[in-house]
Write a protein that binds this ligand. Structure first.
Ligand code: MN3
Length: 214
C-alpha cells in the first residue's frame, strides 16, 4: 500500500476462490474489485483538489480529517478508513491458515483475555453487537496491551493499532450467509492468518515510533 496520494488498489494476495468454502469467489470479487476499489478511487478524487493533504500518510488522513477543508472532511474520513481497513482485512486472511498465534502474541492474549477462546468470544460479541455496518477489532496500544473494540461505518480504532478486523458490512457476507452474521463470523475466524497478526504485533511492540504514538 502506498504511504500517501495517489493510492492504488493492491491485488488480492490469493486467488478469488482460495478462501472457499468459507468465502466464495463472487463475494471476494465484489468485495475487493468493487468495494475496496471504490474506496481507493473516491479517496484519490477527494484529494486531487487538496494539495496540502496529498503528502499525508494514510494513517494521518484517518486521524486528522477534521483539519481538512469542510467539503472533503467526511468523504476522507469514510474513504481513507475504507482503504486502510480493507488493506488490513484481505492481508490478515489466508487460504491455509495457521490457527494459533506466535508465542509473544499468545502470551498477550492469555494475559489480557484469558486465552484464545475468550478473545474469540469478545470479538464475536463485538461483531454481532455492531448495529448496522462497521467493524470488530483486536487492537494493541503502544505498550502491547490488547483490547477489543467495534466501530461504525469505516471508522478506525487508530491510534490504537488494529491487528485484526472483522468487516461486518453486509457486502462482506450477504451472498453466502444472508442475514447470518454469526455464521460469517465463525467462517472468518477460521481464515485468520495468525502468523501475520503475530508479526504485526511484534513490529508494534518492537518499535514505539509509529505515527502518531498515543
Ligand atoms: Mn468491506
Amino acid at each position: 500500500m502506498e504511504t500517501h496520494y495517489p493510492f492504488t488498489l493492491p491485488p488480492l494476495p490469493y486467488a478469488y476462490d482460495a478462501l472457499l468454502p468459507e468465502l466464495d469467489e463472487r463475494t471476494m470479487q465484489f468485495h475487493h474489485d468493487k468495494h475496496f476499489a471504490a474506496y481507493v478511487d473516491n479517496l484519490n478524487k477527494l484529494l486531487a483538489d487538496c494539495p496540502e493533504a496529498q503528502s499525508w500518510p494514510l494513517e494521518r488522513l484517518i486521524q486528522d480529517w477534521p483539519r481538512l477543508p469542510e467539503d472533503i472532511r467526511q468523504g476522507v474520513r469514510n474513504n481513507a478508513g475504507g482503504v486502510y481497513n480493507h488493506d488490513l482485512y484481505f492481508n490478515t486472511l489466508h487460504p491455509t491458515p495457521v490457527t494459533s498465534p506466535g508465542p509473544a502474541l499468545q502470551g498477550a492474549i492469555d494475559r489480557d483475555f484469558g486465552g484464545l477462546q475468550e478473545l474469540k468470544a469478545a470479538m464475536r460479541t463485538a461483531a454481532l453487537g455492531q448495529f448496522g455496518s462497521g467493524w470488530a477489532w483486536l487492537v494493541s496500544d503502544k505498550n502491547g496491551r490488547l483490547s477489543v473494540h467495534k466501530t461504525p461505518n469505516q471508522d478506525s480504532p487508530l491510534p490504537l493499532l488494529p491487528l485484526l478486523g472483522c468487516d461486518v458490512w453486509e457486502h462482506a457476507y450477504y451472498l453466502p450467509y444472508q442475514n447470518r452474521r454469526g455464521d460469517y463470523f465463525e467462517a472468518w475466524w477460521r481464515l485468520i492468518d495468525w502468523p501475520q497478526i503475530t508479526k504485526r504485533y511484534e513490529e508494534r511492540t518492537a518499535s514505539q515510533t509509529r505515527y502518531p504514538n498515543p
